[in-house]
Design a protein around this ligand. Structure first.
Ligand SMILES: Nc1ncnc2c1ncn2[C@@H]1O[C@H](COP(=O)(O)OP(=O)(O)O)[C@@H](O)[C@H]1O
Ligand SMILES: [Mg+2]
Length: 250
């Protein structure tokens, strides 16, 4: 039998992840389209981070498949191979190189990913410079180009890290709680930034801040006990009785 043809970029099919018999993900199925942004909400322990772990190869499901572009089963690949396919992940805590300038942080990501030393010390080409100009512009850090990353605000560090992910030209970005610790203005700017990115790339964003999710204006999936509890517009999901019960803890 030939492989099923799917029009979706990412298709999680019936994924279960067990920790000593406890199901962090329980027959989870979810589809993300090309250049779709999806917000994932759900109470603590719902399985949001575990879902990202499965997509990036950090956790192995005991059941199910995770098809990327309809042909690669991510559950059979290691983390490096999955990154190579074009899946980038941003964790909650920024992991920029604090002692290096904003520009050099981007350069490190634009240049050969496997050789950071020569990336920093070899001459940059004009095409690399143009790439970096565009990335700085995109993540709103043009005026911070020569500052040490360690001197940026929390929000700016998050944007820099998003820029470093974009430098790798991913097809799918996974972002865990970008608005946590941000000011209201930074949160609003981050929603704008993600909306721009999602014009050309798929973005899956886990977030607790509902005003941020509202600003994103995209389809929302609510996870609970490792499965999809509700999916649709934020208004539809947040007025769903089961969702309300879960959030109120009844
Ligand atoms: N490595 C692990 N070992 C045991 N239990 C885990 C592990 N990782 C996650 N869990 C459990 O799986 C459930 C889902 O966790 P997680 O995916 O982090 O939820 P969320 O990100 O939605 O808060 C939680 O009950 C958590 O305690
Ligand atoms: Mg989590």
């Amino acid at each position: 039998m030939s492989a099923p043809v799917t029009p979706t970029l990412l298709y999680l099919d019936n994924i279960t992840v067990s920790f000593d018999g406890f199901r962090a993900l329980n027959a989870l199925s979810l589809a993300i389209d090309h250049a779709e942004m999806r917000a994932i909400i759900g109470p603590n322990g719902a399985g949001k981070t575990t879902m990202m772990d499965v997509i990036t190869g950090k956790s192995r499901p005991t059941q199910g498949a995770a098809l990327f572009e309809g042909l690669h089963d991510l559950t059979a690949l290691d983390e490096a191979a999955i990154a190579e396919l074009g899946i980038g992940r941003k964790f909650q805590t920024p992991t920029v190189f604090e002692m290096h300038s904003v520009e050099d942080n981007l350069l490190l990501s634009v240049k050969n990913k496997r050789d950071p030393f020569s990336a920093l010390f070899s001459r940059r080409t004009s095409s690399e410079r143009e790439r970096i100009d565009a990335l700085l512009e995109r993540v709103r850090l043009s005026s911070q180009r020569y500052r040490k990353a360690g001197e940026l605000s929390h929000g700016q560090k998050q944007w820099l890290e998003i820029g470093m992910l974009l430098a790798q030209e991913p097809k799918l970005l996974l972002i865990d709680e970008p608005a946590a610790g941000m000011t209201d203005q930074e949160t609003a700017d981050t929603a704008d930034l993600l909306r721009e990115i999602a014009k050309t790339k798929a973005v899956v964003v886990v977030e607790h801040d509902m005003s941020f999710v509202r600003d994103l204006g995209v389809k929302v999936t609510c996870l609970h006990e490792g499965s999809v509890l509700a999916e649709g517009s934020l208004d539809a999901v947040s007025s769903n009785e089961r969702v309300i019960e879960v959030y109120l803890g009844r």
